[in-house]
Ligand binder design. Structure first.
Ligand SMILES: Cc1ncc(COP(=O)(O)O)c(C=O)c1O
Length: 386
């Protein structure tokens, strides 16, 4: 059986660990000491502006007075269904689409709700190099968090064959994330869906970076059919609207309706004005094309600057993250991050924030304006690293 991530507070009670990004404050001060200040590439929070139509919709919705529908109003759910049809050729009824308050809360809360439904199961399977909230959601539900190893050395893909039969039998769900945070790797969603159906384990596919797919076309797990799978989408990265908190989940009728109902009882609601703004952006692709171009240009700029400075950095198959391996002159991601802060004024995330197997990498989010990344490139050139 694979080792579950276990945590104890000594007396058995839950104590939240330090929030991953709060651990970077020392590095931030180092970077900020340089003339021109810190260039923060540690967190994947959008810097670029959202579409003005979305901001106008927020102000003009007239939806402030009453409680908004927890599942999302008809326009919101229809916009989600139409987005899936347009982008992936997936035809779903709007009733198979429901709102979430951004996807982080959905990732964090779903194991708890699934466990209430299936008390005989207690395990969450998730990629071993991944967004930390998959494992945290398991802990918040009192479940076992069992990491699934990547299928290659860069931390890309999922080695489904490595999942122990005992863990599969206890699994409430398998999380997949393609393109992936932090590695930018793509996962074989056909294989993940087939594995889930074969083992009777629901597969939840976090597709929040799907618009930033650089190799091949964007893919949704729903292209395999809706049975046993749920896709999770967000306006945060797609439309630079992380501040409004809106997303949706869609797929298997029984899973979606169960989660929709339990979430209504829990009082989870996307605010009405936000529902109006999100419906606007799900219906438009032009602003996404502009954002894609910005991120791609920045990935190329910074990958080239790092490579010239002796940190070979490949372009990722997807996402807006660079995930270089730590060159031998540094012991681990923390020491590389420290030198990048001191010399280039760039704050990056040491790879172990995304699981033990990430320790030999750093993650760099190219969210800052291009001219700030040019400043990093100039500082790297001046460093004399090669
Ligand atoms: C893989 C992944 N999933 C989900 C989220 C949460 O996004 P949001 O809650 O803004 O929709 C993030 C945010 O960084 C992420 O990287």
């Amino acid at each position: 059986m694979a080792p579950a991530e276990r945590h104890s507070s000594g007396d058995g009670g839950f104590r939240p660990p330090p929030y991953p990004y709060d651990r970077l404050s020392g590095l931030r001060s180092l970077a900020d000491a340089l003339p021109g200040g810190v260039v923060d590439c540690s967190i994947g929070t959008p810097f670029d502006p959202p579409p003005p139509e979305a901001v106008r919709a927020l102000a003009k919705s007239g939806a402030e007075r009453g409680y908004p529908p927890s599942a999302g109003n008809p326009a919101y759910r229809r916009a989600g269904a139409e987005y899936l049809a347009r982008t992936f050729g997936v035809e779903l009824e709007p009733s198979s689409v429901a709102a979430c308050v951004g996807t982080k809360e959905m990732v964090a809360s779903t194991p708890h709700y699934l466990r209430l439904h299936e008390p005989a199961r207690d395990t969450v399977l998730y990629p071993s190099v991944s967004y930390p909230t998959y494992a945290m959601g398991a802990r918040l539900a009192g479940c076992r968090a069992v990491p699934v190893p990547p299928s290659d050395a860069d931390g890309w893909g999922l080695d489904l064959e490595a999942i122990d039969a005992g863990d599969a039998a206890r699994a409430l769900l398998l999380w997949v994330n393609s393109p992936a945070n932090p590695s930018g790797g793509l996962t074989d969603l056909d294989a993940a869906a087939a594995w889930g159906r074969r083992h009777g384990v629901p597969v939840f596919s976090d597709e929040c970076y799907v618009e930033y797919t650089w190799q091949g076309r964007p893919r949704s797990i729903l292209e395999t059919g809706a049975e046993g799978v749920v896709a999770v989408h967000s306006v945060s990265k797609r439309s630079n609207l992380a501040g409004v908190r809106a997303g949706f989940f869609a797929g298997d009728e029984a899973l979606v309706s169960y989660l929709r109902d339990v979430r209504q009882h829990a009082g989870l609601m996307v605010p009405g004005p936000v529902q109006a703004a999100a419906a606007v952006v799900w219906s438009d692709d032009g602003h996404v094309a502009a954002q894609r171009a910005r991120y791609h240009e920045r990935l190329e700029l910074l990958a080239a600057a790092l490579t010239t400075a002796g940190c070979p950095t490949r372009l990722p198959p997807g996402s807006f993250y660079l995930w270089p391996a730590v060159p031998p002159r540094w012991a681990d991601g923390w020491s590389m991050a420290e030198d990048l802060a001191k010399v280039a004024g760039m704050l990056v995330s040491p790879g172990d924030l995304y699981g033990r197997n990430g320790a030999g990498h750093v993650r760099i989010a190219v969210v800052q304006p291009t001219e700030r990344l040019e400043l990093v490139a100039e500082r790297l050139t001046a460093s004399g690293w090669s």
